[in-house]
Design a protein around this ligand. Sequence first.
Ligand SMILES: Cc1cc2nc3c(=O)[nH]c(=O)nc-3n(C[C@H](O)[C@H](O)[C@H](O)COP(=O)(O)O)c2cc1C
Length: 191
Amino acid sequence: MAKLKLGVIVGSNRKESINRKLALALAKLGAGQFEAKLIQIDDLPIYNQDFEQPVPAPVARFKAEVEGSDALLVVTPEHGRSIPAVLKNAIDWGARPWGKTSWPDKPAAVTGTSGGTISTAVVQQHLRAVLGDQGLHLMGGEAYIQFKPELIDADHNVTDESVRGFLQAFIDKFSAFAGKLAGKQVQQAAA
Ligand SMILES: Cc1cc2nc3c(=O)[nH]c(=O)nc-3n(C[C@H](O)[C@H](O)[C@H](O)COP(=O)(O)O)c2cc1C
């Protein structure tokens, strides 16, 4: 059975990003259903309408990778209780030039992690508004992960059993949601 092509966008440009670790752990938990690929965003220039015709090469590459994905997973930190600049910049390039948006109708899920107890709750609400406006289909439910040292090991395994179960249920639900919207039957994870 076909695997869905999953574009994974991490809203951090930090080398040791805990959100990239979470994204790679989710990709591993969903490996039976998804063929995941990280979509780079930290090489995109700061958005400027003067540079849309034609868009710079990294933007063309980014848009092609978004458009070639069956589904999108956004895993992001929260900056100042909102969307990190590097991620908002990518969202804006994806929406442009006028009439050439890359976003509409993509099934998408958002999650994220920080050390805080309410973790990335606020940025996820802001993202839902922004991505909903771009025409993506966002999976319902919430997934805020409080990061603890050693939560994810070097091989992208989630070490805490209850967090692992929660994330497995999240990615399984997303594969069913995305498969339905993408019109593809997706292999479900073994029970
Ligand atoms: C500019 C800035 C703003 C931040 N604002 C928040 C915030 O609003 N909420 C939060 O939980 N953590 C906040 N943090 C802490 C981040 O959660 C923490 O730096 C985390 O490691 C970022 O994720 P990353 O490692 O994937 O980059 C902020 C960090 C920075 C650098």
